[in-house]
Design a protein around this ligand. Structure first.
Ligand code: NDP
Length: 325
């Protein structure tokens, strides 16, 4: 148990582009935000090599460098950025309660959830090795596909994401080989048909990844296995894309917030509002469709503005700085 309960106007949980953007806006609106970074400070972008599609970086920037810039920008306006992991919440009463690292208790007038989602990976050692090296493993075709122009790649998965990403990659790459573990797609008919009708996409059903092959630095191929015949074979590629789904990091909120069946937080359309007053959501924790750094940043801004307006309506001592339309 904590000795003293800290009271905050605004708590931001998560340190991806959504969280830091919310922090920049909240700090500039005198909400004195505290931001807890979580276990992966910087979020998913810290596992991305080069970011070339975030406006304002004409020469591109590495994911970790961009997150440091966002962090510095949030700190410049006074955001209190802390290490720590929110382990429990209680949104049942008028006061929103949060516990950090099991012990520290915080009472918050507003909370902005920016806990993101984690891409699922196969879990093979070789996959994780080249992911960490930034050497050819990716879970985001839109982010990284460009680096494989005119090259050959493999993509694993059979859902709508895999089909959408395979189609996206087919426009950039010489050839895309899709590994589908069953004998059918999970994706909607229209998405599956589009992939089947794309000339440079080769679909291998009943096929799984046995090993990601490489030279110690970068991916050079994939050893695949046909799970019906147990035959293994190698596919020479420079890129290995994984599109087997995402898991939103929302488990701690499930007893209080309305989530969809996958665990994404359901917000009021066009706003960042959740079903609990004073609790807002931004970024991938509520977005299974766009999942981009720039859209996460946009919703971070929305959440801070929504929180500011909520605070102004609730707390007569708090003066709103942005106009309400
Ligand atoms: P899904 O959960 O729908 O699909 C995941 C796919 O990955 C499944 O085909 C599954 O195979 C496969 N898979 C899981 N684990 C492994 C593994 N270890 N090895 C090989 N394959 C594996 O995730 P999505 O991200 O595709 O979609 C999530 C949601 O978002 C869905 O509701 C989807 O409809 C929606 N979406 C909609 C889009 C659109 O409408 N434009 C675009 C993208 C997503 P199996 O089938 O064998 O279980």
């Amino acid at each position: 148990m904590s000795d003293t309960i800290e009271k905050l106007k605004c708590l931001i949980i998560g340190s991806g582009p959504a969280g830091y953007t919310a922090a920049i806006y909240a700090a500039r609106a005198n909400m004195e935000p505290v931001l807890y970074q979580g276990t992966q400070p910087g979020g998913q972008l810290t596992t991305t090599n080069d970011v070339e599609n975030f406006p304002g970086y004409p020469d591109g920037i590495t994911g970790p460098a961009m997150m440091i810039e966002l962090q510095n920008q949030a700190a410049r306006f006074g955001t209190d950025i802390r290490d720590g992991w929110v382990t429990k919440v209680d949104f049942s009463g008028d006061t929103h309660k949060v516990w950090v690292n099991e012990t520290k208790e915080i009472h918050c007038q507003t909370i902005i959830i920016s806990t993101g989602a984690s891409a699922k990976y196969l879990g093979l050692d070789s996959e994780q090795k080249y992911l960490k090296l930034g050497g050819g493993v990716s879970a985001c075709a839109v982010c990284d596909g460009f680096f494989y122009r005119n090259q050959e790649v493999v993509i694993v998965g059979a859902g709508d994401s895999a089909c959408e990403e395979a189609h996206y990659l087919s426009k950039l790459c010489k050839k895309v080989t899709m590994l589908v573990r069953k004998d059918e797609f999970r994706a909607s008919k229209i998405m599956a048909t589009r992939v089947k009708n794309t000339k440079n996409i080769d679909i291998l059903f009943n096929t799984e990844t046995d090993e990601v092959l490489g030279d110690g630095q970068v991916v050079t191929g994939v050893r695949a296995i046909n799970n019906k015949t147990n035959e293994t074979f190698e596919i020479p590629v420079t890129g290995f894309f994984v599109a087997i789904g995402h898991k939103p990091n929302t488990d701690i909120f499930k007893n209080f917030l309305t989530l969809d069946k996958t665990g994404y937080i359901i917000n009021t359309p066009g706003t960042s509002k959740t079903n609990v007053e004073g609790v807002f959501v931004s970024g991938d924790a509520a977005d299974h469709v766009y999942r981009q750094a720039v859209t996460a940043a946009g919703t971070g801004c929305m959440a801070a503005l929504d929180a500011e307006r909520y605070l102004a309506a609730k707390d007569s001592d708090f003066e709103i700085s942005t106009p309400v339309y």
